[in-house]
Write a protein that binds this ligand. Structure first.
Ligand SMILES: Nc1ncnc2c1ncn2[C@@H]1O[C@H](COP(=O)(O)OP(=O)(O)OP(=O)(O)O)[C@@H](O)[C@H]1O
Ligand SMILES: [Mg+2]
Length: 348
């Protein structure tokens, strides 16, 4: 967790506010709930809560509540007695037992079943629980940090999450801003990931991003947040020739003229245009009867503008889809949009 590459970076006002909240809440013995879209850094923040608390020398254990079945989650959290079920030959010490004196991070806590929620409620309230298959009550001193990318109050309203558990878990709620709300951090993080990647590849240095690449990184909405940024940057670095600045940014690794169709048809209708790739692979070569002399460059530009506008309309102005329709990378399309000032035209 404290590996150099897991350092938490950021200098946007939004992330600085979060770090301030974390420093305030960390020393308290209360549960903390961390909310944020996927890839926003919830796990990093959870470990920061632990390492800034008085429990920092104790255990920091994790449990992903979404990854396993209800029964397995119960035994992983609370342990089981020998003979609790077929195959349970030895006593199993659960996370609560092993995290005693430390912090337990419950990731994706929205995915817990009513039974587990009930046991969690009791262990938070009284520090008490029983191992599965046992009736001896055990006590523990564990601080809980939970994370979710769902809206727990809504789940509680729908009867899918206990209100009383929510109240106790959410002594304080730290909401992580998505990456698109912290523009200042995009290049800071991007360069950090790029340098780390260049290092891993045994390259002596990272030659930087080109101006276009920087612009593309900042214009992208980052639905997958910091994790997506890390992937995109690492891919761009390893594909890039050694010493020239990184210029080609591929946001969608599935992007290819040979991608199976299905969701890239006009306005996402997919199947309505089954022959799309064939069409794209065979550009029209017939030239209309031309009156010469002409201005070839102007003709070509007019044609490019018309095609791009058509693609943008078909893709409902989703630039990634439009790029796919034109057989361009997102980055190349951005280049054209800028060159012909089509973004400005779109705005008015
Ligand atoms: N502020 C940051 N500084 C440096 N690295 C970060 C930062 N935020 C996130 N990361 C990195 O981004 C990746 C995703 O972060 P993390 O796993 O903490 O996100 P998450 O919110 O738990 O995601 P998920 O909801 O998908 O589990 C990790 O590799 C993490 O190290
Ligand atoms: Mg996570």
């Amino acid at each position: 967790m404290t590996k150099e590459q897991d350092r938490l970076l950021g200098e946007s006002p939004a992330i600085l506010r979060v770090l301030e909240e974390v420093s305030q809440v960390a020393p308290l013995e209360k549960p903390v709930l961390i909310v944020g879209e996927r890839g926003t850094g919830k796990e990093l923040i959870a470990s920061r809560v632990h390492f800034l608390s008085n429990r920092w020398e104790g255990q920091f254990l994790k449990m992903n509540c979404a990854a396993i079945s209800e029964t397995l989650l119960e035994t992983e959290l609370f342990g089981h007695e020998a003979g609790a079920f077929t195959g349970a030959s030895k006593t199993h010490h659960g996370r609560f037992e092993r995290a005693d004196g430390g912090t337990l991070f419950l990731d994706e806590v929205a995915n817990t079943s009513p039974l587990v929620q009930e046991k969690l409620l009791r262990v938070i309230e009284y520090g008490e629980y029983e191992r599965v298959g046992g009736n001896r009550t055990l006590t523990c001193d564990v601080r809980l940090v939970a994370a979710t990318n769902e809206d727990l109050p809504t789940l509680a309203e729908q009867g899918r999450f206990r209100y009383d558990l929510l109240d106790r878990l959410a002594f304080d709620v730290i909401t992580l801003p998505p990456l698109r709300a912290r523009e200042e951090d995009i290049l800071l993080l991007g360069e950090h990931f790029a340098i780390t990647m260049a290092n891993e590849l045994g390259r002596e240095y990272f030659p930087g991003f080109s101006a276009d690449a920087r612009e593309a990184l900042q214009a992208y909405p980052w639905p997958g947040n910091v994790r997506e940024l890390k992937n995109v940057v690492e891919r761009a670095v390893y594909r890039n020739p050694f010493e020239t600045p990184v210029d080609d940014i591929t946001f969608d690794p599935f992007e290819s003229p040979f991608r199976p169709s299905g969701d890239l048809g006009p306005a996402g209708t997919g199947a309505s245009e089954p022959r799309r790739e064939t069409d794209a692979a065979e550009p029209t070569s017939s030239v209309p009867e031309q009156r010469l002399p002409t201005d070839l460059k102007a003709e070509v530009q007019a044609f490019e503008i018309a095609m791009i506008e058509q693609a943008m309309t078909s893709a409902r102005h989703n630039q990634r889809k439009a790029a796919a329709l034109l057989g361009l990378t997102y980055h190349q399309l951005r280049g054209y949009l800028k060159k012909y000032e089509l973004l400005k035209r779109e705005a008015d």
